[in-house]
Design a protein around this ligand. Sequence first.
Ligand SMILES: NC(=O)c1ccc[n+]([C@@H]2O[C@H](COP(=O)([O-])OP(=O)(O)OC[C@H]3O[C@@H](n4cnc5c(N)ncnc54)[C@H](O)[C@@H]3O)[C@@H](O)[C@H]2O)c1
Length: 352
Amino acid sequence: MISNRKIFITGGAGFIGSTLVGRLVEDNEIVIYDNFSRNALKDKPFHNHRNLKQIQGDVLDFDSLKQAMQGAEYVIHCAAIAGIDTVIKSPVTTMRVNMIGSANTLEVAASLHKCERVVCFSTSEVFGQYGFRSKELDSTVMGKVGETRWTYAVSKLAEEHLAISYHKEKGLRTTVVRPFNIYGPGQVGEGALRKFIQLALNDEPIEIHGDGTQIRAWCYVDDMVDGVLMALTHPNAVGESFNIGNSRAVTTIFGLANTVVRILRSRSQILFSRKDYADVELRVPSVEKSRKLLGFEAKVDLDEGILRTADFYRKYPSEHSLTIALTPRRPRQAHPEPSASGLHRSRGNLVG
Ligand SMILES: NC(=O)c1ccc[n+]([C@@H]2O[C@H](COP(=O)([O-])OP(=O)(O)OC[C@H]3O[C@@H](n4cnc5c(N)ncnc54)[C@H](O)[C@@H]3O)[C@@H](O)[C@H]2O)c1
């Protein structure tokens, strides 16, 4: 485990960033830089830790970012616009934050006196609508122009190319991680599993967009953090991209909803509504490269991860009730049918 280092985390108040803070803060000096458009950190017991400094700032503000990052030995760049609802509402901000914010972060990191490593967050979305056992060197897919969802993947792909190019051209020790559908305690944005769990705990109907056959691999956040820390410290990681996911925790969305209901002994009904956006139908990673080069192995299976996540939302029901508020009670239905009001509800993010 890394210790006695100064670690700078953009987006450190977010879901994954704040989980990383929890793992590192006892033994390191942590600076988080976040505009606090989301804030999972405030619920964490360590949010006032003596080793943690919180700076409110925007990654689009180069000068402020530069000032904040001074003295950092390790940089973890989590800040981004993520979550399909947010992306579809604000594609311009998505592209600006994810591309220009990442360019700023890399440029400042390259100017630091001693920067041991920069870890950048890409996404499994770069594999497009169908990805089975996707490997890091498989071709990436950008989707058609004008389909707003793909602005996220394109912006993340630009970040990824830039990160690897900074290594090749300027010798900056960069590494890229591609998370595959991360879930767990404290998820703040959209998130299908978070939403299903919260609804199931309240015996509220669980709504699935489309016929529920979309396939995903679900990775518990502690496993993701393990992968990031390996990417941060392992000598083999420099100049490389890594899939981080749980290739054993694979299920359809309908299967996922049923699993949540079964494990939490919920009385929630499962309903279907029209899907009005481009979606990823199949996404399962190959984690062979992460296993071989980093020694990464996801450890938390889906049932256990759901139980641990549910414990968190039982403990903090009100602070995290946004998604429930977005899903009104409606007549129940057993079969997929179009729903006009579905156009206005949260999509329950399957972005990853
Ligand atoms: N959670 C997943 O399943 C998943 C999957 C693939 C990729 N990722 C990537 O992992 C990273 C972390 O994801 P997360 O789930 O923790 O997301 P999150 O939304 O919880 O965290 C992102 C953080 O960035 C901050 N932020 C947004 N815009 C900013 C700006 N302009 N300046 C400074 N801070 C800003 C937000 O306030 C938030 O705290 C992101 O880069 C995301 O794209 C996540």
